[in-house]
Ligand binder design. Structure first.
Ligand code: NI
Length: 177
């Protein structure tokens, strides 16, 4: 188990398309999940995708615990999602602020689907199928974008709403994802 360095925007590996996981028995997969979890928690991230630590596999995880500083952020249970498929459940979108461990110190307003279904496999290869809304749906869309070589600034409609977190939100410590 180890905290791994997170690649930053500008690294071409963040622009690649990740490959599906085919062998859940591979010892390397367990080690990858352990390292991702250690890294996400050590850096206080809301989520992490394998390409962010240089592994081009379709693996993401996310977790949002209740934080008194951000009462508006609903908790999201710790979830490992492998080979994910997202299906929007309506055309409705909304914009909100996002950050990313690969774009450290920055925040931007990103449009996302409000309601979606995500399907895939959990850490043991068992099927996962959830319908979620709001912040949970946002986090999933952000993480799965990493598997398609997309960073949140590429989703933004108005780059005037992009800036440094300590300037946009002085005095607040915000969570990256
Ligand atoms: Ni990210």
């Amino acid at each position: 188990m180890a905290v791994r360095p997170v690649l930053k925007m500008g690294d071409p590996r963040l622009l690649e398309t990740a490959r599906p996981v085919e062998d859940f028995a591979a010892p390397g997969l367990r080690a990858l999940l352990d390292d991702m979890c250690d890294t996400m928690r050590a850096l206080n991230g809301a989520g992490l995708a394998a390409p962010q630590i240089g592994i081009g596999l379709q693996v993401v995880m996310f977790e949002v615990t209740r934080n008194p500083r951000y009462p508006q952020a609903e908790p999201v249970p710790f979830t490992v999602l492998v080979n994910p498929v997202l299906t929007p459940l309506s055309d409705e979108t909304e914009e909100d602020w996002e950050g990313c461990l690969s774009v450290p110190g920055m925040r931007g307003r990103v449009p996302r689907f409000v309601h979606l279904c995500y399907q895939g496999l959990d850490a043991d290869g068992n099927p996962l199928d959830r319908s979620v809304s709001g912040f949970h749906a946002r986090v999933v869309q952000h993480e799965v974008d990493h598997l398609h070589g997309l960073l949140y600034p590429m989703r933004m409609k108005d780059l005037r709403q992009f800036g440094f977190a300590d300037t946009l939100f002085p005095g607040q410590a915000l969570q990256d994802d």
